[in-house]
Design a protein around this ligand. Structure first.
Ligand SMILES: Cc1cc2nc3c(=O)[nH]c(=O)nc-3n(C[C@H](O)[C@H](O)[C@H](O)COP(=O)(O)OP(=O)(O)OC[C@H]3O[C@@H](n4cnc5c(N)ncnc54)[C@H](O)[C@@H]3O)c2cc1C
Length: 379
């Protein structure tokens, strides 16, 4: 029997985990073509190291050329069109077809969705945006800093708070914290909506560190010249330095393929199958009822691997994706808290919080090291 041909579009958290699992579990019985427009992966959280710790983008990049598996063929190509009916993708280098197609292209940032943001150019959710802001932050000595979440649906809900804590530490280290204010504006009603305990811990720390939070607050547009955010409730917020989380959207190539409903790809939450037979989607690009996070994309990818391996071996269907993840939250002074979340297996999501500690920080470092080893063979 010829090996199963799997075409994975996107080599982020989801695509890397899926390729690794299939390669390990199916061996000679699979051939994965893994496509990404970039030549390297970087963890989302490494953007904070770039902004606040003087690390460069090169320091945090994990090159795809390190992937060394006979049954995984990485190709640096840009996907131009997707034909889900025929499980086919056209890239800037050619056409790929497969028995199974998996969309793992993540979420794009829609800077133009917020008038005035493009002129201001101060988002930190892209690698380039974080790198550009690192220089501005390094030279910032006094004034009002606003961290603004501009959409209701964004990657890693704790990240804006982690940014505020790292910023506080950075300014304190440089002895300029007293001459700066830090305000976090977000449409979310609280930091982690499914957990009052984690939200309370985060808000307590904000208060302790003099970080002002404005929840359930939507930004309408911003005036780049006057450096003012205009809020939907008619209010305003002035800033000298803005750190923005732009509105997110599915990549245009995904929307044009007909795979999306309401802007994102609808999937069967148990199997991550889309409405097209043999086509699956994982991670930020889906509309699954879970937050957008690398660990979620990874868990979904692992479920797709289980489904494909079971199908291939004629085994019974595996259990559905449980939405069980561990989320690390940077809480300042080098400490990290941990939240063990279960989104899907009970009547309501549950979350167990482990308070911040240096041990938590060591566990997060191991989290990164493990993936560097498994996905890239890097020590
Ligand atoms: C500041 C910040 C901190 C974060 N911290 C955490 C954290 O601590 N823990 C956590 O779990 N998550 C965290 N996240 C979220 C996490 O990074 C994302 O949720 C995760 O990367 C989503 O995985 P994915 O596989 O769906 O998409 P991605 O990892 O975004 O991968 C998508 C891939 O598709 C590629 N691509 C897109 N379009 C094309 C195209 N047309 N052609 C070819 N390739 C294309 C991209 O280059 C990319 O490599 C953080 C995010 C940010 C911004």
């Amino acid at each position: 029997m010829a090996p199963l041909r799997v075409l994975v579009l996107g080599a982020g958290f989801g695509g890397l985990e899926l390729s690794t699992r299939l390669a390990e579990d199916l061996g000679d019985d699979v051939h994965v073509t893994l496509i990404d427009k970039s030549d390297a992966f970087a963890f989302g959280f490494s953007k904070l190291d770039v902004m606040f710790d003087g690390r460069t983008l090169d320091d945090v990049r994990l090159p795809y050329r390190s992937i060394d598996r006979d049954n995984v063929d990485f190709r640096q190509e840009t996907v131009l069109t997707i034909d889900p009916e025929h499980k086919r993708a056209v890239t800037d280098r050619g056409t790929h077809e497969a028995d199974i197609l998996v969309i793992a292209l993540g979420a794009d940032l829609d800077v133009d969705a917020t008038p005035g943001l493009a002129a201001c150019g101060s988002e930190f959710y892209s690698p380039e945006g974080a790198a550009a802001l690192s220089e501005v932050i390094a030279g910032f000595t006094s004034g009002d800093i606003v961290i603004a979440v501009l959409g209701g649906f964004f990657k890693c809900p704790p990240a804006p708070y982690e940014t505020a804590f790292r910023l506080h530490d950075h300014l304190t280290r440089r002895k300029v914290r007293d001459s700066c204010t830090i305000t976090l504006i977000t449409p979310m009603p609280k930091p982690i909506p499914i957990s009052d305990e984690v939200s309370k811990a985060i808000l307590g720390l904000c208060e302790q560190k003099g970080i002002v939070t404005r929840h359930s607050t939507w930004v309408d547009h911003l005036d780049h010249q006057k450096r003012v955010l205009h809020l939907r409730d008619g209010g305003t917020a002035a800033f000298d330095l803005l750190l923005a989380v732009p509105v997110h959207c599915a990549p245009r190539v995904v929307v044009d393929s007909g795979l999306t409903d309401d802007g994102w790809i609808a999937v069967d939450p148990a199997t991550l199958a889309t409405k097209f037979p043999g086509v699956y989607a994982v991670g930020d690009v889906t509309s699954a009822p879970v937050p957008r996070a690398g660990v979620i994309a990874e868990g979904e990818a692992s479920t797709v691997a289980d489904v494909l391996v079971a199908q291939r071996r004629g085994a019974p269907a595996p259990p559905p994706f449980a939405g069980e993840i561990t989320c690390y939250v940077e809480m300042g002074d080098g400490t990290i808290g941990k939240v063990n979340v279960n989104f899907l297996s009970g009547p309501a999501p549950t979350a167990i919080f482990t308070p911040p500690s240096l041990e938590g920080a060591a566990q997060k470092r191991e989290f990164g090291a493990l993936r560097r080893r498994r996905w890239f063979g890097l020590t």
